[in-house]
Design a binder for this molecule. Structure first.
Ligand SMILES: NC(=O)c1ccc[n+]([C@@H]2O[C@H](COP(=O)([O-])OP(=O)(O)OC[C@H]3O[C@@H](n4cnc5c(N)ncnc54)[C@H](O)[C@@H]3O)[C@@H](O)[C@H]2O)c1
Ligand SMILES: O=C(O)C[C@H](O)C(=O)O
Length: 332
């Protein structure tokens, strides 16, 4: 399997590439950035794991060389937030970066699984889809917005609240919707491990708020030096690993991810009762050899969770339309 990281020299790109270099399913790792990718690649190439590593800059057809033959492409290219910014504030710069990289993928690796990390994810995933549609190569089963960090945070914070950090690796809580603020919807009622009976009212609301705004916690603590990088690299490598394992034929792998609902019309129809006609949504997805195998429903939600989903729909719709129309207007 050939894996590609676009934006590989960045805060996420470097540790993510390190983790992918350690994935035994990856035999080739190709790194691309506008700076320093060859250096990162040589550094990683000394690690005693099988993957062959190469790094490219834009010159001399670097993007084409990076992408040719790719099975999976992960995109953490783009600027991160500083305190006071929303993810949507990143759109101005990151939309163009993602559009141009998507154009390269559509031309040189149209069948690759594409995992979008660059923010605002709610809009950058539709951007990739629209570019692929324009090129006539869009397969909704192969495009994923990476929302795994929200799931990782939910596992961590819930294990802390249960009072046993040892559970962090086994607690699972579905997180659905999108990847920004109130579009991040944790379904605590479906936690794999029972929550303390005392976790009601304000305490429960505070946990939900912490999962929804976990990104802000890191942006604030980094104080101008960027946003989550190491935890994102962990989450990105975990999700990429799942996509690759499913591609290799492992069954029963389910993970929440932000997808175009055309990837599974039956699943989309089941969701439409609660999310209406949205084109994109993060729901638990069963992965298979071709990417999305099945979009699962949201299961049973309590009344407060139904309200959280409803509250997410307006922002999601706006964010999706912004991504779609950006590509439309770039064609003019
Ligand atoms: N999905 C998530 O959960 C999640 C989590 C954390 C961060 N993010 C997002 O990931 C993005 C990257 O964050 P970071 O902290 O790694 O930023 P960073 O600035 O440290 O790294 C970004 C890298 O992208 C590169 N880059 C810029 N333009 C490029 C282009 N046209 N082609 C290739 N590479 C290019 C830069 O040179 C840099 O190395 C941000 O948009 C951030 O908001 C998403
Ligand atoms: O918060 C950010 O801007 C980065 C990322 O989306 C996160 O959730 O940490």
């Amino acid at each position: 399997m050939k894996a590609v990281v676009l934006g590989a020299a960045g805060g996420i790109g470097q540790p993510l590439s390190l983790l992918l270099k350690s994935n035994p399913l990856i035999t080739e790792l190709s790194l691309y950035d506008i700076v320093n990718a060859p250096g990162v690649a040589v550094d990683l190439s000394h690690i005693a794991t099988p993957a062959k590593v190469e790094g490219y800059l834009p010159a001399d057809d670097g993007l084409k060389k990076t992408l040719t033959g790719a099975n999976i492409v992960v995109i953490p290219a783009g600027i991160p937030r500083k305190p006071g910014m929303t993810r949507d504030d990143l759109f101005k710069i990151n939309a163009g970066i993602v559009r141009d990289l998507a154009t390269g993928i559509a031309e040189h690796a149209p069948k690759a699984f594409v995992l979008v990390i660059s923010n605002p994810v709610n809009s950058t995933v539709p951007i990739v889809a629209e570019v692929f549609k324009n090129k006539g190569v869009f397969d909704p089963k192969r495009l994923f917005g990476v929302t795994t960090l929200d799931v990782v945070r939910a596992s961590t914070f819930v294990s802390e609240i249960i009072g046993d950090r040892g559970l962090a690796t086994s607690v699972t809580v579905p997180v659905v919707g999108g990847h920004s603020g109130i579009t991040i919807v944790p379904i605590l009622s479906q936690s794999s491990h029972p929550l303390p009976a005392s976790l009601t009212g304000d305490a429960r609301a505070a946990l939900i708020n912490r999962i929804q705004f976990g990104g802000d916690e890191v942006v604030k603590a980094k104080d101008g030096a960027g946003s989550a990088t190491l935890s994102m690299a962990f989450a990105g490598a975990e999700f990429a690993g799942k996509v690759l394992r499913a591609a290799k034929g492992e069954t029963g792998i389910v993970a929440p991810t932000y997808v175009n609902l055309a990837a599974d019309s039956t699943g989309a129809k089941a969701l439409s009762g609660i999310i209406g006609d949205l084109e994109y949504f993060s729901a638990p997805v069963e992965l298979g050899p071709e990417g999305v195998k099945k979009i699962n429903g949201l299961g049973s939600l309590d009344d407060s969770e139904k309200k959280l989903v409803e509250a997410a729909l307006g922002d999601l719709k706006t964010n999706i339309e912004k991504g779609v129309s950006f590509v439309g207007s770039s064609k003019l």
